[in-house]
Design a protein around this ligand. Structure first.
Ligand code: ASP
Length: 453
């Protein structure tokens, strides 16, 4: 059995849904299908998930949400009309949305989750109904009945181990199963969503549970590219990647596959393939445990903005037992997770995602570091980007860091921070956000082909 996941752009309208169903039907092994909510039909369009978040916000604020509700229903109506599914299914969807809207609002997060998840849930019903209308045995699978259990631990939603025992039963299910991505249930029956883009994670969990021979992830590009095509002109396609390389690249900005989606597939040794719904015959990118060609030390260069650094200096920090723990405790108390922490003898820098800081928490953190740790110098720097150079080949090739830093120097990019060595397959450079394009182009030119910027 293969598990195939289709993303939002693959299911954005009726034409895309027809393509998806053709892809499903060309391979009888594609029996467990994970679907996202309808995504953007054009660059300026709005994803159904975002419409649903807006709907929840307006409803929670106490206003009439009829306008926002109509926007969601219109998206589904356009699809069901064009697929000629009849009005019945649209009534089911509208009724479902109204039930969710009328739910208890005392826990705003739960309320929002319930609305957010309805995009995937109703889209799964539509895809199943469309296949049925073609005379195919297809079933919508309810994640609650199937036993996809999620819990919240340390601020993150994680799959519970029991889920795998529950979901294995899907192996014996007949027909084509359409499973909504992005959400599951807590043991007390409350709907819980995964992080944004989380249908990739659902697919990986299911692939691991049913021991699929392959997890296919259908999106809107032919493959994963060696650099962001918006930053580098026609970057090389990557044919094969290891799980570790893909995890590092997705973490650092390759949005084609969710960075948390690899672990379940990796753990169960299920190969993953990224493919294009709009060009299904293209080979795509395979993600495997080990890859053959390691001649180029670097497989890809990723970049992500929105970081800041907190530099802390205190003489004899190296001798002060518990300094690091107390510093991180301050962040934990403020509910902030850190990304990286390079350190020196008397200095440490903590890299954080800016979105986690408000002006109040920022001031509070700086004050506490000064007062409680008696730090002598604290400098916060905003608008940083992290550039990640990734490749298993780095382990065997001497001089990769020298090549990377040389390329950045020639491009006059000032390196604010280097993190190299913690992971054997990547090195990371912190640069000013305004230097991102220059830095990526310089590194791509060094390890692939020179590009003009
Ligand atoms: N629809 C959700 C989102 O936009 C989840 C997904 O597509 O994977 O984040």
């Amino acid at each position: 059995m293969k598990v195939a996941k289709f993303g939002g752009t693959s299911l954005a309208n009726a034409e895309q849904i027809r393509k998806v169903c053709d892809i499903i039907l060309t391979d009888p092994k594609r029996r467990l299908i994970v679907v996202s909510a309808p995504g953007k039909r054009s660059a300026s369009d709005i994803k159904v998930t975002d419409l649903l978040i807006k709907l929840a916000e307006v409803s929670l604020a106490g206003g009439s949400a009829e306008h926002e509700l109509a926007a969601v229903i219109d998206r589904f109506k356009a699809i069901t009309d064009e697929l000629q599914l009849g009005g019945g299914i649209l009534q089911v969807i509208e009724q479902d949305l109204r039930v969710r809207l009328a739910m208890d609002k005392t826990e705003p997060e739960q309320y929002t989750d319930a609305l957010k998840a309805s995009g995937e849930d109703n889209n799964a019903k539509i895809v199943a109904a469309y296949l049925q209308s073609k005379g195919i045995e297809a079933h919508y699978i309810n994640p609650k009945e199937a036993g996809l259990l999620l819990n919240e631990s340390h601020g993150r939603t994680q799959v519970m181990p029991e889920s795998y025992q529950n979901l294995v039963a899907l192996r014996d299910h007949t027909g084509i199963m359409i499973f909504p991505g992005f959400f599951g249930y807590s043991p007390d029956g409350t709907l819980v969503t995964l992080p944004r883009g989380g249908s990739d994670i659902t697919g990986s969990i299911l692939a691991a549970a049913v021991k699929a021979e392959l997890y296919e992830n259908f999106t809107d590009v032919d493959s994963v590219f060696a650099a962001n095509p918006n930053l580098v002109d026609k970057p090389q396609a990557i044919q094969e990647l290891t799980y570790r390389e893909m995890r590092e690249l997705s973490y650092a900005g390759f949005s084609v596959f969710h960075d948390e989606a690899l672990f379940p597939a990796f753990h169960a040794a299920i190969p993953v393939c990224i493919k294009n719904t709009n060009n299904p015959s293209a080979a795509g990118t395979r993600i495997v445990a080990q890859r053959k060609s390691l001649s180029n030390p670097v497989v890809g260069i990723a970049s992500d903005g929105g970081f800041c650094s907190v530099y802390v200096h205190k003489y004899l920090m190296n001798r002060e037992i518990g300094f690091g723990r107390r510093l991180l405790q301050i962040l934990e108390d403020e509910g902030i997770s850190y990304e990286h922490m390079p350190s020196g003898i008397d200095d440490v820098t903590i890299i954080l995602r800016e979105e986690l800081l408000t002006p109040q928490t920022e001031a509070q953190i700086l004050k506490r570091i000064r007062d409680e740790l008696a730090a002598e110098d604290i400098i916060i720097e905003h608008d940083l980007a992290m550039i990640m150079v990734v490749g298993e080949g780095m382990r065997h090739n001497v001089g990769t860091t020298a090549r990377a830093t040389g390329a950045l120097a020639r491009a006059h990019v000032n390196i604010e921070m280097i993190n190299q060595g913690s992971s054997e397959v990547s090195m990371m450079f912190g640069v000013k956000a305004v230097d991102t394009v220059k830095a990526v182009a310089a590194l791509y030119g060094e390890f692939f082909v020179p590009v003009n910027v």
